[in-house]
Design a protein around this ligand. Structure first.
Ligand code: NAD
Length: 553
């Protein structure tokens, strides 16, 4: 090895050598450090003599994971790998998304959050608590990376379908940012998970001696708002231009925080806008099969929360973009909540539901609503398992040649119907998407492959696009463009087998197309910090993280 290469090696390794290098997850390659690197970086004797390739290391990780039977053990093991060797962790996740996503994200991440106090090992992200008023910028400055491009922040009040998990909800931003990297190549150093610990109203957690959060009732009202305001301002001060994704806030904060900040900083709420985009993409795919127009649809939602009204709002944006007046567009969407059909005569409606309260008789059961309204599509986002029963599905099949049925609720026990039920009770005619994974179904000799209408098709690409564009705002037009870009990635073969989304194995490519679409809108709408470019796809692809090891010598 030349003296020059020997001199360059420590700089390439971020100024680290010896044990400090092995303990740095961003630079550590473990047994894959080459002979020359070991010599130049003071690693001789600290590693066993054999030099492995990253492929061999990945095979070893997979072998060990597959021996485990408990999903939570797999989660802990993968997390430990993430803490030791980030590149290897992402290599394994990227090469096996179908197998790894259910471990690092839903459903296992839900279990992990419930047990967070037990499995917590190393901090990953910043914890800002109600006791840190006035200090939030200092806390953010303690994070070791300065070039943060995206923050995922939660207050842990509505974790998946599991409710208030307080500070244990940190598992969600951590998992979500792993998906930003794995599914869209957002560089790990750009990602910062934040837990805004404002207390928990979950008494069992407050009584748990291993609970990692502050043991007090949740902050509400002006105190909550002041802390949140300070957090948003501090994030912009410490990481100028950072994108902020609001995650798993309960309804009472989710809608108003989005309204309050969307015109001030680059932020979005994935539960509302990401879900909307993925669902609209699914509708566009279904319409490629039925050859109908979006304007001809009547969509009935079971549920009227963040997901349902988010999807309605985006459908309306899409229809207005196609030339329909807003009031007409809203009439294409109907909501059904825990009290029945959302109609004008109801006095109990929260603000976010009112746009979709139409003039109609009150209707208390969902099946009657289907019979009266004759929807072309039903979308389940109420977390009420089995709500699309045989009667509902048979009615949909009677009303429509190709009924659109999306059972999007999570986890699997909350799915409105299974894939098997959706296909069986519609004679194989349902255009079906699900929120939980279901196996292919063979019906009348034809095998149908249901795919998940999961936000993870959307938010990683949107995040990559916002960062690449240096966007000052995240707009509805971007989520609309993302939905269209996702639908365009669905092939004729996908549709022929009943799949309304592309294969997960293609997700990085899909994310790159979504990111390019987002950059295009950002530039066109004057909210980008970059110039117009002729070739957007290579522009975003050039910014995507590659987990293969780089040589330090
Ligand atoms: P939310 O709490 O904001 O809304 C739930 C809604 O369901 C509320 O409007 C409530 O009134 C309604 N509801 C409750 N019980 C009902 C009943 N018996 N009949 C009719 N409506 C009832 O929650 P959300 O964020 O909208 O999420 C809802 C579900 O959708 C969850 O299961 C969530 O996991 C799932 N989801 C899936 C995806 C995905 O990518 N597939 C994305 C977002 C949300």
């Amino acid at each position: 090895m030349t003296a020059d290469r020997r001199r360059r090696a420590p700089r390439a390794a971020g100024g680290l050598r010896g044990m400090a290098l092995l303990q740095n997850p961003l630079r550590n390659k473990g047994t894959a450090f080459a002979e020359a690197e070991r010599e130049a970086l003071g690693l001789r004797g600290l590693l066993p003599p054999a030099v492995l390739t990253q492929d061999q290391q990945a095979a070893r990780v997979l072998h060990n994971l597959r021996r485990m039977t408990d999903p939570l053990d797999k989660f802990v093991s993968l997390n430990a790998l993430h803490d030791r060797n980030e590149a290897l962790f992402f290599r394994v996740v990227m090469d096996h998304p179908d197998e790894m996503m259910p471990i690092i994200y839903t459903p296992t991440v839900g279990l992990a959050c419930q047990q967070y106090g037990l499995i917590f090992q190393r901090p990953r992200g910043v914890f800002v608590s109600a006791q840190d008023r006035g200090l939030v910028a200092d806390l953010l400055r303690n994070w070791p990376h300065r070039k943060v491009g995206i923050i995922v922040v939660t207050d842990g009040e509505r974790i998946l379908g599991l409710g208030d998990l307080g500070a244990n909800g940190m598992g969600i931003p951590v998992g979500k940012l792993s998906l930003y990297t794995a599914l869209a190549g957002v560089h790990p150093e750009l990602c910062l998970p934040v837990m805004l610990d404002v207390g928990t109203n979950n008494a069992a957690l407050r009584d748990d001696p291993l609970y990692i959060g502050i043991k007090q009732q949740r902050l509400r009202g002006p105190e909550f708002d002041a802390l949140f305001d300070e957090f948003v301002a501090a994030a912009q001060e410490v990481f100028p231009g950072v994108v902020i994704q609001f995650e798993d806030f309960a309804n009472l904060n989710a809608f108003r925080l989005l309204e309050k900040y969307r015109e001030r900083v680059c932020c979005f709420n994935d539960d509302i806008q990401g879900t909307a985009s993925v669902a609209l993409a699914g509708l566009y795919s279904a319409l490629r099969v039925t050859k109908a127009k979006l304007a001809d649809q009547r969509v009935l939602f079971l549920g009227a929360g963040e997901a349902a009204t988010g999807i309605c709002d985006l459908i309306v944006s899409a229809l207005v973009d196609e030339g329909l007046p807003q009031s007409e567009a809203r009439r294409r969407c109907w909501l059904f909540d825990s009290k029945g059909l959302v109609v004008q005569s109801r006095a109990d409606l929260a603000e976010h539901k009112r746009h979709y309260a139409h003039d109609h008789a009150p209707t208390a059961d969902f099946h009657s609503a289907v019979e009266h309204l004759k929807p072309t599509a039903i979308i389940g986002v109420a977390a009420v398992g089995q709500a699309f029963d045989r009667q509902v599905l048979e009615a949909m099949a009677r009303i429509n040649a190709r009924p659109i049925v999306f059972a999007l609720s999570n986890p699997t026990s909350k799915a409105e119907c299974t894939a098997d039920e959706a296909y069986r009770w519609t004679g194989g005619r349902a255009l079906f998407a699900c929120g939980s994974p279901f196996d292919p179904v063979t019906i009348e000799g034809k095998t149908l492959v249901p795919r998940q209408g999961n936000n993870s098709y959307i938010f990683p690409g949107v995040g990559l696009g916002l960062i690449a564009a240096r966007a000052r705002r995240a707009t509805d037009a971007m989520f609309l463009a993302a939905a269209r870009a996702l639908a365009e990635q669905v092939t004729a073969d996908d549709l022929a087998q009943g799949s309304l989304y592309p294969a997960l194995a293609r997700v990085r490519d899909v994310s790159a197309h979504i990111a390019a679409a987002v950059v295009k809108v950002a530039v066109a709408d004057g909210v980008a910090g970059v110039q117009r470019r002729a070739r957007l796809l290579p522009f975003v692809q050039s910014q995507m993280y590659d987990p293969r090891y780089r040589s330090f010598v």
